[in-house]
Write a protein that binds this ligand. Structure first.
Ligand SMILES: [Zn+2]
Length: 241
């Protein structure tokens, strides 16, 4: 009996450590996985995951255009296949598009082979639809398995992590709440994560989009300048093939 309890405790410790080292975004034992740069300058990068997702992505584009801010979109390639025109619209508006896997499926990230397919298939689809080959990659759930960096090197991709804007974003919180939370997360040199979509399932994101309309004017008032993820990290956004 006692042995079973010890086994359960060991398994829980193992799962806890695995979660900590592969999902939690602070430790970088598997290598470079930047969520910010060290700077005193008031620069920040807004990033949006899981689009394109109409009508929220279109509304977001209008808001970014109104405030003249460029951002970075990490989109699962499966969503680009569904909304290719919207994906091209994002690039035409001057925003950057990065690789965020093909299917955004959790279990595809546990095996080297399926994981590599997720990356290469996404690269091919994004290239085909937009004419651009991304040089930036963000893992779904910021997942950092040990073979991540080797695979990214092979595809000439730079990993991009970030700070989640609000823990409540996933529960479709109000614009006001996401805005208030994001204001606490903002600091010079940080990359901030918002969502304009929901995996590859879609779903409403009015709260996140509304929060951006509140956030940008407030940060501009404080003297912040908005950069894209490649600009803040000083790396290329796309590959010249
Ligand atoms: Zn995602």
């Amino acid at each position: 009996m006692q042995l079973i309890i010890w086994l359960i405790v060991l398994v829980l410790i193992f799962l806890g450590l695995a979660y900590y080292f592969t999902i939690w975004f602070k430790p970088q034992i598997f290598g470079y996985f930047p969520d910010s740069i060290k700077t005193d300058k008031k620069v920040i990068a807004l990033t949006f995951d899981d689009g394109p997702n109409p009508p929220d992505t279109e509304n977001l584009l209008r808001i970014l255009d109104k405030h003249q801010v460029r951002a970075t979109f990490f989109m699962p390639a499966k969503n680009l296949e569904r909304f290719p025109d919207l994906a091209r619209k994002i690039i035409a508006a001057g925003h950057i598009v990065g690789n965020h896997s093909y299917a955004h499926k959790f279990f595809n990230h546990f095996k080297t082979l399926t994981f590599e397919k997720e990356i290469s298939r996404a690269q091919a689809v994004i290239q085909q639809i937009t004419g651009k080959t991304p040089a930036l990659y963000r893992s779904p759930w910021l997942f950092k398995q040990p073979w991540l960096l080797t695979n990214l090197r092979k595809h000439k991709l730079t990993p991009v992590s970030g700070f989640f804007s609000s823990n409540w974003e996933v529960w479709h919180a109000s614009a006001e709440l996401i805005f208030q939370d994001a204001m606490r997360v903002v600091a010079p040199g940080r990359i901030i994560i918002f969502h304009d979509g929901f995996d590859t399932k879609g779903g409403r994101r009015e709260g996140s989009v509304g929060a951006i309309d509140l956030l940008i004017p407030e940060l501009k008032k404080q003297g912040y300048e908005f950069l894209t993820a490649d600009e803040i990290l000083g790396v290329p956004a796309y590959q010249n093939l």
